[in-house]
Design a protein around this ligand. Sequence first.
Ligand SMILES: Cc1cc2nc3c(=O)[nH]c(=O)nc-3n(C[C@H](O)[C@H](O)[C@H](O)COP(=O)(O)OP(=O)(O)OC[C@H]3O[C@@H](n4cnc5c(N)ncnc54)[C@H](O)[C@@H]3O)c2cc1C
Length: 324
Amino acid sequence: MSNILVIAEHHAGSLKKGTLAAVTLAKQLAAKVGGGFDFAVIGGGVDGVAAELKGYGAGSIYVVDGPDFADYLAQPHKRAVVAIAEQSGASYIISTAGTTGKDLMPRVAAAIGAGMVADCVGLADGGEVLFKRPMYAGNVIATVRSKTDKTVVSVRTAEFAVAEATGGDSAVVAVSVDAGETAARFVKFDATESERPELTEADFIVTGGRGLKDGPTFWNMLNPLADSLGAAIGATRAVVDSWEEVPNDMQIGQTGKVVAPKLYIAVAVSGAIQHLAGMKNSKTIVAINKDADAPIFQVADYGLVADAFKVLPELTEKVKAARG
Ligand SMILES: Cc1cc2nc3c(=O)[nH]c(=O)nc-3n(C[C@H](O)[C@H](O)[C@H](O)COP(=O)(O)OP(=O)(O)OC[C@H]3O[C@@H](n4cnc5c(N)ncnc54)[C@H](O)[C@@H]3O)c2cc1C
């Protein structure tokens, strides 16, 4: 019996890694409530994504595939999730707490009258199903109980290990759904052209703060180091709000993206709690700041009290030399 449904996120025909973090929560939940989990894949031409999901231990992979679902629109996708959840008999419906999950999952919860646990960071110990979620920029972890028969959960992927493939096979089940009326119309998707990895998927992130003076200097300072590491580049809110050369989608923090790369290098970032809320779970944190009292040093594994304009070029040369 599978009573947990994991919504698979994908882009341009590839599965997003965050989905596999949601699988880890699904498995933890299954260990408590019994049963197993299924996947829901919704899109246009998603055979490859469904195939990629085989081997992760799902009972079934439910697929809604068609031109009406090719581009994300909240209403058709909500209808597809609701239809799959009904067919699979899911009591728990899980997705990532990314941009799509934030838009989609409250609509699903409202449609089926389910309780919604947003930004889940783990399950509380014990037999009862209690979810942990951050409040006040991560300064408080609340423990919440869902009082409804069905529960919708969005997952902070940075808090969960990525599930490994365990082999085996899962049945692929095609589900036919009427996309229905939509209040919105898809016009176009303007992808940011970048050779760099996506922030939420990157192993290495170099982030710059307001201490980097202005937009052009921000890029001139960070690009060479990010190039030599194959890293994504992030920014603080002060930076994206002040410098038009740095787009909003690069913001990391409470009101930006939540990341947990293997290596996070914060350059001229003070470490305000709203910024820490988005990166403090990074495996190794390196901070460069000229102020020895900057709060970023409280979460840093390695700290360098120095002028970034002096030490960053030197560090970049050393990284380049070390990586050949
Ligand atoms: C509701 C709310 C939500 C928010 N959400 C976010 C969020 O999601 N993400 C976020 O980042 N912020 C967020 N903020 C803003 C946050 O409070 C801080 O204002 C912001 O993070 C500061 O950015 P910063 O570190 O770049 O700038 P500053 O705080 O100005 O720090 C600049 C740092 O650079 C150092 N510096 C200066 N020159 C040099 C040099 N030459 N070499 C080395 N170091 C140098 C300084 O010592 C200083 O520590 C939010 C605020 C609010 C109220």
